[in-house]
Write a new protein. Sequence first.
Length: 168
Amino acid sequence: MYGRIGSSYRKRPGEENKAAFRQAVEHGPPPGVLAFDGDSAVGWCQVTPRNAVPWLDRLWQLKRVDDAPVWSLSCLYVRKAYRRQGVTSHLIAAALEAARRANAPALEAYPFDADVSPSASGSGYASTFARAGFRVVARRVPARVMISSKMLMMAYDAPTLIDEAKAA
């Protein structure tokens, strides 16, 4: 929620933030997708229209590359016990599907390049996104890339990507 409402997130009572998140879930745009193992949530990614995440435009490293109304995958989290098991790939596939269903022209993400930085700090690694068909559209600092998957140019088949992630 910090990315959606800014610094007031830390200044408001937790109940107010929960209410704001509940409103985002109920009225959209959707805040993201979850990965489950049975009844337990094991992963999350925020996927939403870029305009719903105004902090992205305040960072020069993540400034828009054009005026297209793209969607943004701006945050990823996978529980420690579930890392390195393909959960991130599943979340990316689900995010692509959510953006495709919303007729987004593209889905952007802002991962780190593992060859330059060991940190994925909530945004994932560029190589995982590359395997899902994303391409670099900007690199304003060595460690972080801006990548995009153009929906209209991409033949996206969610089950195939999920099967490939399982096989990897």
